[in-house]
Design a protein around this ligand. Structure first.
Ligand code: AMP
Ligand code: ZN
Length: 460
C-alpha cells in the first residue's frame, strides 16, 4: 500500500511503526457551528483511509479530537475564541454550544456512513494533560512566558517548517509587526493563553487562570492515546502551515522525536471555484443537501469523483450527476443479487487485482469506482454481487440498499404554467410558450423538453 506523505512530498510504501495495528490521529472539527460539506470532505477522506487500511488487514487505533476550546478566529494567535464568539451570538454557554454542534457533527458522520475512530475525545477533558505538556516544554527551554501567554520559541528547534517547507529567514524580513511585542520571534506561537478577566473558559494553571492554545490540544491527546510516535496523522491542507507545523514543533520540543511517520492531507472542496468556509459564510450543510432532495451518500459519491489530493469543485449539477450515478449503480448491482450463475474465477480475480491496485495507489478511489462500474456490467451473477459488496467495504456507500429517486415538490402554480405552455406549443403560439417559460424561470424552476415529456427542475 502506497500513500503520499506530506513530510517527504512523495508516495511512500506504508509500513506501520510496530506490529499490525495502525495508530492514527485525525484533527476533528471546532464545534462552534454546523460542519459544512467542505469539512466533511476531510472526514470522507479519513473514512476511506480507515477502510483501505482495514481492507489490507490492519487493525486500527484511531483518535479524532473535538476542539471545544482554544481555536481563535484567526489560525494564528489572534481574535476571539471561536467557541466564545458563537456562544455570545447564540446566547448560550460555550459547553452548550460545543455539545450541540458536536452531536450534529457526529450525526453527519453517521449519515455519511463514516467508519468511526476508536477514540473520540474532547479537548476540555484533557486540561491537566495539556498543562503537563506545556510545563515540560517550559522546563526543556522551548516554552517562555510573557504577560499574555506561554509561547513556543521556534528558534530553539533545529528546523521549524518541515511540513510546509517555509524558510524562517525569508519570512522574518517581511514579517508584520506582531501584536504581542514580548514574543521573541514572529513565528513563536501560543501554547497557553492567559485569560482576561471577562473570559468565560479558563482553568487554574501554574500561569494563573488561563486556557489552552489550539495546537497543544492535538499534541497532548495524540501522545496520550497513541504514544510519543505514531503512524498517520490526517487533516485538511489548510492545517499544514500552522496547526500541524506547530504540533510537530511541540512534540519535538517535549520528546525530541518526530511524532508522526506519515502526514496525510485532504485538498479543499471549492464552491464556484473559490474557498468554502464557515467564516466566509458560503457553505452548505448536509441538511441543506437533504432539503433539496439529495442523500448524504450522494455527496459521498460526488467526493469519489476526485482524488483526495485534488481540489473538488462543488456544483449542484455535479451533485445531481452523482445522485443519478449512485442510483444506477445500486440498481445495476441489485440485478446481480441471488442470480445462480457462476462467473469465471479468473475474471473476478482480475477485477479484484485492478481494484486493489487502485486503492493501494494512494487511495485512488475514482479509479477504484471505475473498476466497480466495469465489474457490475458483467453478465448477471451472484459472484459479481458478492465482489461488489466486498468493494463497498472501501466505499461505504451502502450499495446493497436501493435508493429512491428524489422526489421534488412542484408548486401548483408552476404545474399550471407548464400545462398552459404545452397548450401554447400545441397551438403553435411559440411567443406565448416562450413568455410562459420565462415566467416559470422567474418562479425558480427550469423546464426542459425531453422525448418523455417536460422535465421540471428547481433553479439552484
Ligand atoms: P475546522 O472545524 O475548521 O477545524 O475544520 C475541520 C476540518 O475540515 C479540518 O481538517 C479542515 O482542514 C477541513 N476543512 C475545512 N474547510 C475545508 C474545505 N473547504 N474542504 C476540505 N476540507 C476542509
Ligand atoms: Zn488538530
Amino acid at each position: 500500500m502506497k500513500i503520499t506523505n506530506t513530510l517527504s512530498r512523495t508516495k511512500e510504501d506504508f509500513k506501520p511503526l510496530a506490529g499490525n495495528t495502525v495508530r492514527m490521529y485525525s484533527c476533528g472539527p471546532t464545534v462552534y457551528k454546523e460542519a459544512h460539506i467542505g469539512n466533511l470532505r476531510s472526514y470522507i477522506f479519513m473514512d476511506s483511509l480507515r477502510r483501505v487500511l482495514k481492507y489490507n488487514g490492519y487493525a486500527l487505533k484511531h483518535v479524532m479530537n473535538i476542539t471545544d476550546v482554544g481555536h481563535l478566529v484567526s489560525d494564528g494567535d489572534e481574535g476571539e475564541d471561536k467557541m466564545l464568539k458563537s456562544a455570545r451570538e447564540e446566547n448560550k454557554s460555550p459547553m452548550e454550544i460545543a455539545t450541540y454542534y458536536m452531536n450534529l457533527f457526529l450525526k453527519d458522520l453517521e449519515r455519511l456512513n463514516i467508519d468511526m475512530p476508536e477514540i473520540i475525545c474532547r479537548a476540555t477533558d484533557y486540561i491537566p494533560d495539556m498543562i503537563d505538556f506545556v510545563k515540560g516544554l517550559v522546563e526543556n527551554g522551548y516554552g517562555y512566558e510573557t504577560s499574555s501567554a506561554i509561547y513556543f520559541d521556534v528558534s530553539k528547534l533545529d528546523k521549524y517548517g518541515v511540513l510546509s517547507g517555509i524558510n524562517l529567514d525569508d519570512q522574518k524580513a517581511g514579517a508584520r509587526v506582531d501584536i504581542d511585542q514580548e514574543k521573541r520571534n514572529p513565528y513563536d506561537f501560543a501554547l497557553w493563553i492567559k485569560a482576561p478577566k471577562e473570559h468565560i473558559m479558563k482553568w487554574d494553571s501554574p500561569w494563573g487562570l488561563s486556557y489552552p492554545g489550539w495546537h497543544i490540544e492535538c499534541s497532548t491527546m495524540g501522545k496520550k492515546h497513541l504514544g510519543e510516535q505514531f503512524d498517520i496523522h490526517t487533516g485538511g491542507v489548510d492545517l499544514i502551515p500552522t496547526h500541524h507545523e506547530n504540533e510537530i514543533a511541540q512534540s519535538k520540543g517535549l520528546t525530541g522525536k518526530d511524532p508522526v511517520k506519515y502526514w496525510m492531507h485532504c485538498e479543499f472542496l471549492l464552491i464556484d471555484g473559490g474557498k468554502m468556509s464557515k467564516s466566509l459564510g458560503n457553505c452548505y450543510t448536509i441538511d441543506q443537501l437533504i432539503e433539496k432532495g439529495y442523500s448524504p451518500l450522494d455527496y459521498k459519491m460526488l467526493a469519489f469523483t476526485s482524488h483526495y489530493r485534488n481540489k473538488l469543485n462543488f456544483t449542484w449539477e455535479a451533485l445531481e450527476a452523482a445522485h443519478i450515478s449512485l442510483i444506477r449503480l445500486k440498481q445495476t448491482i441489485a440485478k446481480h443479487k441471488g442470480v445462480d450463475v457462476k462467473t469465471d474465477k479468473q475474471i473476478l480475480d482480475d477485477y479484484t487485482k485492478k481494484f486493489e491496485e487502485a486503492i493501494n495507489d494512494d487511495l485512488n478511489l475514482p479509479l477504484a469506482m471505475g473498476v466497480l462500474w466495469e465489474l457490475v456490467k458483467l453478465d448477471k451473477s451472484d459472484d459479481v454481487y458478492q465482489l461488489a459488496m466486498k468493494f463497498d467495504t472501501v466505499f461505504g456507500l451502502k450499495l446493497n440498499e436501493l435508493e429512491e429517486e428524489k422526489q421534488m415538490e412542484v408548486p401548483e402554480q408552476v404545474k399550471e404554467l407548464v400545462e398552459k405552455r404545452a397548450q401554447a406549443k400545441k397551438d403553435k403560439n411559440y411567443e406565448l410558450a416562450d413568455s410562459i417559460r420565462e415566467e416559470i424561470t422567474s418562479l425558480g424552476y427550469i423546464i426542459e423538453d425531453t422525448k418523455e415529456g417536460v422535465n421540471i427542475k428547481k433553479c439552484k
